[in-house]
Structures are given as structure tokens and as C-alpha cells.
Design a protein around this ligand. Sequence first.
Ligand SMILES: *Cc1c(COP(=O)(O)O)cnc(C)c1O
Length: 388
Amino acid sequence: MIPYGRQDISQADIDAVVETLCSDWLTQGPAVPAFEKCVADYCAAQHAIAVNSATSALHIACLALGVSKGDIVWTSPITFVASANCVLYCGAEVDFVDIDPRTYNMSVECLAEKLAQAEIVGKLPKVIIPVHLCGQPCEMFAIYTLSQRYGFKIIEDASHAIGGKYREEFIGNCRYSDVTIFSFHPVKIITTGEGGMALTNDAQVAKQMRLLRSHGITTDVVDMFPRPAEEIWNYQQIGLGFNYRITDIQAALGLSQMQRLNEFVSKRHSIAQHYNELLSNLPIVIPWQHPDSYSSFHLYLIRLQLDKINKTHRQVYEALRTEGILVNLHYIPVYLQPYYEKMGFKRGYCSEAEKYYSEAISIPMYPGLTEQQQDDVIAALNLIITRF
Ligand SMILES: *Cc1c(COP(=O)(O)O)cnc(C)c1O
């Protein structure tokens, strides 16, 4: 069986976790800030807040940017549901911008058009959440330029994208955004089991996210409210937060995985290169790369040219799975999910996203995938789409 993605755990990773298990701190110890500093330095961001998932990171990022009831936030329909759910957690409204037909990321043209219309009716978004699908960055400079004109904030959902670059700089530096989010789920580029991180260059936003991560509690006297001097106030709850903390066990794993991040991403690039060659003569659209981008290649997405294949999308998908090749689909347009449909979204809302959805398949992509396995995947695909 070949999964579409999986973790790569070394003996050094195991040793790092065991060492933490034997230490004084399983949580709230030194491994968490060490992991945060490592990722912040790697990305050249000023602040990093590690949490128990990217979903939590998205939630506290929205809250720290002031998203609340009455606000509107836009994201891409081709993403995991968490990119949209975080908006609903804040009591705000979510809407979707159609995708670019080549990168499958949020289309800058559609965004510009939708903003112009939203301005006319007075319903501009407070925040926009571009998603770097597969690890290929969105056109951040163009989105940032629009944010200057229309006054919205930006959260990059870079769950797929740690180790990738935009215009020669690592994703996560927040040059063109307020906050960037990473996920450390096992299928992503590096893992902590479950885990996520929010990066920002804004000290105020960082402080807010830190509070929200841990119940809204501060132990910093400068943030505390005045109380009688004879009373003990070793901490104060000054807002309403959550328990979104990551453990030291996880952070130790993350810190160890960071040592191999560049290696992971270059391995993913050679896998992509080999797929590109193997697929060149098949009725398949291979992942197009924007010249500004160096993708982390979390996923390798193919699109079936169904007019040249006498099988349906679903038949190809299921035949591959029957062969033990556990392909996947990233993603069903979020607004077609029954929960979102109940909110009033209708089929046909984002035509490019729906066209993509009818043709896309994610084939196996992870550092441990061998050339032989890649050859087997493509041989199976070839047989399925050419066999009558
Ligand atoms: C995986 C993922 C998330 C959620 O990450 P978790 O760490 O599992 O919460 C959010 N957005 C995107 C685009 C993802 O792929």
C-alpha cells in the first residue's frame, strides 16, 4: 500500500522525544520556545507561537486580528475546511474567492473584481486568508497591494508550505501578511504528531495570540491589573482564551524535524521532477509552477484530461485505490460541504474551483517514496486510463 503522504521519523527524532520524556518538562518547558525560535529564525519572522494544531493557530490569528460578529473574511474554496471554519468560530461570516486555473490558488483577478464589487455594496472583508496549496505560494505581492487599497488584513494559511519560498524568501517571513500559519500534522512537511504555529512581525498581535493560546492568562506583571499589595497574584486572566498549547514532547520532535526540513523539501522536488517526466506523455495536466515560487511540494496534484480518457474521474480514483495506491482529493470546494450548503452556498458559485474538483487527484508524495514506487504508481495510472 502506498499512502498519498506520510511522516519521516529518524532515530534522532526518536532520541529527542525520549530525552524530553525523561526531562522535568512534558509541557510548558524549554522545548516549546526553542522550537518557536528555530522556526522564526528559519523563516526570518520576529515572533512565533506554537500551538496544538494549525486549526488553533488560524483561530487565534483571526481573533488577534479582531475578527468578530459582523465581520467578513474571504478564503479559497480549494482548501481544507479549517481555513474557513476559523472564521465561523469567531462568529464572523466567510466567503470564497475562485481559484487561478493554473496554480489552483486564490485568483488575484477574481479577488480584485470581488473587492471592487464589495466596496460598492459596503461589504469589504476584514481579513483575507490565502492558502498556499501544495506549498506553492499565492501571489502575495499582488494580494498585499490590494490590502493597501482596500484595508484588509492577511493571514497566510501556509499549512502546506514550510520550507517553500516566495520571490527567493522563505514563506513565513510575513513580508506581505499579518500572520502566517503552519501545520505539523504527519502528512505535512515536518511533523509534531499534531501541531501548528503562527508567525508574525507584529509584537501586539504576537502577544494577543500568546494570551489566547493559554486561557487568556498572563504571568507578566506589566500586563496585570492593580490589586492590593498584600494579595498573591502570580497570574491573572485578562481575556478569554483557550488551552491550545503544544507539549514539549511534540516541540522536541518538531525541533529535531527542523534539522531535515531543507532535505525534505529537496527530496520532494526530485520526486516531483521524476513524476513530471513519467507523466509527460499521458493525458494529464502536471502541476504548473509560478516563476515567483519555490514550492515545498506538500502535494503532487494531477488533473485528468477527461475528454481524452474513457473513464470518469471517480473510476480512475477508485481504480488506483483498489490497486493499493491511496490517492486522495485536495480538495472538495469547502462551500459544497453540507454544513456550508446549509448556510446558502450553491453549486456553481466558483466555477474554476468546481472544474478543478471534477478532475484533480493527489498522487503519493512524501520523502520516503522510492523511484520504484513512483514508477509503479504511474504504471498503474497508465493502465487504468488507457485500458478499455
Ligand atoms: C492541514 C491543514 C489545516 C489544518 O491543520 P491541522 O494542523 O490539522 O489543524 C489547515 N489548512 C490547510 C490548508 C491544511 O492543509
